[in-house]
Write a protein that binds this ligand. Structure first.
Ligand SMILES: Cc1ncc(C[n+]2csc(CCOP(=O)(O)OP(=O)(O)O)c2C)c(N)n1
Ligand SMILES: [Mg+2]
Length: 321
């Protein structure tokens, strides 16, 4: 942690708090009836999405999944466009044609909107990474998938092909212990999913996904390896999905002790405490970060609400067949 400058550490805290703030505001807007669709909370995933995506260069590509709000924000997707997406407005990346994170991609930011059929974003990221390698470009791709998605065939095909092609891709496995209501132990007999990397001949590590510094240190190594011609890596980040699968799910199947255990490891609070203990963060800087985030979110909501709904006359535009 001390290798990073105070400015960088406070910047990381800002991104994590912004991610949590946008996420909480999404929940409030949904409850106010302003989001016609549903939403996936990402609470508990901030250290993973921010700590990994922040290491990418501008030309790199990213294929996030449904709990990687932090990666969208870090890569330049504005909170206003994220709110507009859930409100179905013209200002959204999908222009109001998709209410979900599925349509949240923006190629100009090199963000691929995620493929609903899990874990097919892995193949998309692999394709991007292979194209970089093929053209001799100094670029990498990063993608994310869950413990549930790791049991799907597409995951194993993507890992294997990435290994064989030596593609510059970083696979981030977000092991939050649940796939909808299915706990990890009901879908596989191993505790550390990263050991599967050995079967593909690529490096695989398991880390604490609530610790942003651990995520950054490990991801940095993997990004450097990919850039240096060393091929793909698998990083398993362990955390807990701290809310239900989506807004409709109270997650009453998650044992209270398990939730309490992970609540003590809340990634945002944990990092804030670390920075305070190290003397990097004082009350004044905390309040100023909070005020900045509140202002940005307020402006973003206003911007999204002022964006019109799509004109029904454009219904047939951009339709392939
Ligand atoms: C092939 C496929 N099957 C089922 C679904 C429905 N579905 C969406 S998210 C999800 C749970 C995924 O769990 P996990 O991969 O652990 O990610 P998490 O939601 O926990 O972040 C399911 C079953 C889907 N999108 N794709
Ligand atoms: Mg999961």
């Amino acid at each position: 942690m001390h290798e990073q400058s105070s400015e960088r550490l406070l910047d990381l805290l800002y991104w994590m708090m912004l991610t949590r703030g946008v996420d909480d505001r999404c929940e409030a807007l949904f409850k106010q009836g302003k989001f016609p669709g549903g939403i996936f909370a990402q609470t508990g995933h901030e250290a993973i999405s921010v700590g990994s995506s922040i290491l990418l260069e501008e030309g790199d590509a990213i294929a996030p999944m449904h709990r990687d709000l932090g990666a969208y924000l870090v890569r330049g997707m504005s909170p206003g466009r994220i709110f507009a997406q859930a409100m179905g407005r013209v200002g959204a990346p999908s222009g109001g044609r998709d209410l979900n994170t599925h349509g949240l991609g923006d190629i100009s930011l090199r963000i691929f909107g995620y493929v609903s059929h899990l874990p097919q974003s892995m193949g998309i990221a692999l394709g991007a990474a292979y194209s970089f390698l093929y053209r001799g470009e100094d670029r990498v791709a990063m993608t994310y998938f869950g413990d549930g998605a790791s049991s799907e065939g597409g995951c194993h095909e993507a890992l294997n092909l990435a290994a064989v092609l030596n593609a510059p891709v970083i696979f981030i496995l977000e092991n939050n212990r649940y796939a909808y209501s299915t706990p990890l132990e009901k879908q596989c007999r191993i505790e550390n999913l990263a050991i599967r990397a050995e079967g593909y001949g690529i490096p695989g590590v398991t880390i604490d996904g609530t610790d942003i510094i651990a995520v950054m240190d490990t991801t940095k190594e993997a990004v450097e390896r990919a850039r240096g011609g060393g091929g793909p890596s698998l990083i398993e980040c362990k955390n807990l999905r701290m809310k239900g699968h989506a807004i409709h799910d109270p997650a009453d199947y998650v044992p209270a002790e398990l939730l309490e255990h992970w609540e003590e490891r809340d990634p945002v609070e944990q990092f804030r405490r670390q920075l305070e203990a190290a003397g990097t963060l004082d009350e004044e800087s905390l309040q100023s970060i909070k005020a900045r985030i509140e202002r940005e979110i307020e402006e973003a909501v206003e911007w999204a609400e002022s964006s019109p709904l799509p004109d029904p006359g454009t219904l047939e535009e951009d339709v392939f067949a």
